[in-house]
Design a protein around this ligand. Structure first.
Ligand SMILES: Nc1ncnc2c1ncn2[C@@H]1O[C@H](COP(=O)(O)OP(=O)(O)OP(=O)(O)O)[C@@H](O)[C@H]1O
Ligand SMILES: [Mg+2]
Length: 408
């Protein structure tokens, strides 16, 4: 019976152990070091599929229900509501548990070991509200237990990345972990293998929020957001309600739109819509459950715009449909978020009783740290610091594996 390090991320999950003194990332999906944190309830095969298989099922348009970003729902009442999804009655917490269970099983198959103890990452704060944060931690603990882990310990994700880093030879280091759901910071000192964390800080803001902002600004208007709906009687019009567009732009909220009631409401609105074309697209997206396909298109538009491409391709909704998205749009639309990230880093430094000038090295991790706007903000805040960027997707799990080996 053995310990494993497991980074259950909003977007991607990874598992690792220490072998011959060094962290070894365990392959969960063939050919990849991380697994998309995605679940698909296959309606025809009546089974649950995970990770890349779940994404493939979505993209292939198979009959079933896709979910991603379930980590964002931890700590909320939605986690425990039992609902009918495809062929069964389940709560989302059960799906988190199933996901973690398949991670355990795949890791056991890959290594020939049995894992019944886990050192799991967690954001510094799942939620700003301490009670919600505590509930989220309790939810995730319960899911691990359901998944077959007898002992569960948590380590804040940026602290894990600090442990796995090369450390700092003088002054202080700062981990900046900008993931899919949260942005987390740890100030540390000490050299590799003997890193000491002085303070951590976290905010609930990450790449899935960037996707939402970009979707609301560029895509949802094409689906009718902000357009007018005629009154049933008389000549008055009113602006289409925003709630549906917000949910459609939010990864973890998309599945809640796929109900008969929402579809009927949208069909009724579409009949009275001034912009028939836009509402036609919205009806189509709900009818064919294309919400996650749109979210994936926005995400890949974001990643593309960050490296020189200039459009979100929505051809899956309507042949030839695309909307411009440039690096200038990213800078503009994400400027408020980037300010919050810069302030979050500054807050961690202050909590450590330090000044910006004390930070000699910044360890950048998390997929969203690859955004130029984030990189620029951190360099502005800490112009004298050296920037270290290893594998941004596995630095956290490396540290969790080291902590797991020490726990053994
Ligand atoms: N090249 C890139 N440029 C910008 N963003 C990227 C890039 N690659 C991935 N991302 C974004 O990074 C995010 C995922 O990062 P990561 O896997 O570190 O998050 P996570 O660990 O699952 O989330 P969290 O730690 O917040 O729970 C996604 O929002 C994704 O769109
Ligand atoms: Mg992460």
């Amino acid at each position: 019976m053995a310990w494993i390090g497991l980074d259950f991320g909003t977007s991607n999950t990874a598992a690792a152990i220490v072998e011959q003194g060094a962290p070894r990332v365990i392959t969960l999906d063939s050919g990849a070091r991380t697994q998309p944190t995605a679940v698909f309830l296959d309606g025809n095969a009546r089974k649950t599929v995970f990770g890349q298989d779940a994404l493939d099922a979505l993209v292939d348009g198979r009959e079933g229900r896709f979910m991603r970003a379930l980590k964002s729902v931890l700590g909320t009442p939605l986690m425990h509501e039992v609902r009918v999804l495809q062929h069964e009655r389940v709560a989302l917490i059960d799906l988190v548990a199933r996901f973690l269970e398949q991670v355990r099983e795949r890791a056991e198959t890959a290594t020939g070991q049995d894992f019944d103890k886990v050192v799991s990452g967690r954001p510094v704060r799942f939620h700003h509200d301490p009670d919600r944060h505590a509930r989220a931690t309790a939810d995730l603990t319960a899911a691990y237990h359901k998944a077959g882990f007898k002992e569960v310990r948590f380590l804040p994700e940026p602290e894990a990345a600090a442990i796995a880093s090369g450390g700092v030879s003088s002054g202080l280091g700062l981990v900046v972990d900008i993931g899919g759901g949260t942005s987390d910071f740890s100030v540390f000192r000490g050299t590799a293998g003997a890193v000491d964390v002085l303070a951590s800080h976290g905010i609930r803001l990450g790449g899935t929020d960037f996707d939402r902002l970009l979707s609301l600004a560029h895509v949802m208007p094409l689906f009718g957001m902000g357009t007018e709906i005629k009154a049933v009687f008389g000549s008055q019009t009113s602006t289409a309600p925003n709630a549906i567009f917000h949910e459609l732009a939010t990864w973890e909220a998309i599945p809640f739109l796929y109900t008969g009631e929402v579809r009927r409401r949208v069909v009724d609105m579409a009949k009275m819509a001034v912009d028939q074309r836009a509402f036609g697209r919205l009806v189509e997206v709900l009818e064919h459950e294309l919400g996650h396909d749109v979210a994936l298109a926005v995400e890949s538009g974001k990643i593309g715009a960050n490296s020189g491409a200039d459009a979100i391709n929505l051809g899956l909704v309507e042949r030839g449909l695309s909307v411009p998205l440039t690096s200038g749009d990213l800078t503009h639309d994400l400027s408020g978020s980037v300010d919050l990230i810069r302030e979050g880093a500054a807050e961690a430094i202050a909590a450590a009783g330090a000044d910006a000038a004390d930070i000699r090295k910044v360890v950048m991790v998390g997929g969203s740290s690859l955004l130029t706007a984030v990189d620029t903000a951190i360099r502005d805040l800490l112009p004298a610091a050296e920037i270290e960027r290893g594998d941004v997707f596995t630095a956290v799990v490396d540290g969790l594996a080291i902590a797991a080996a020490r726990a053994a």
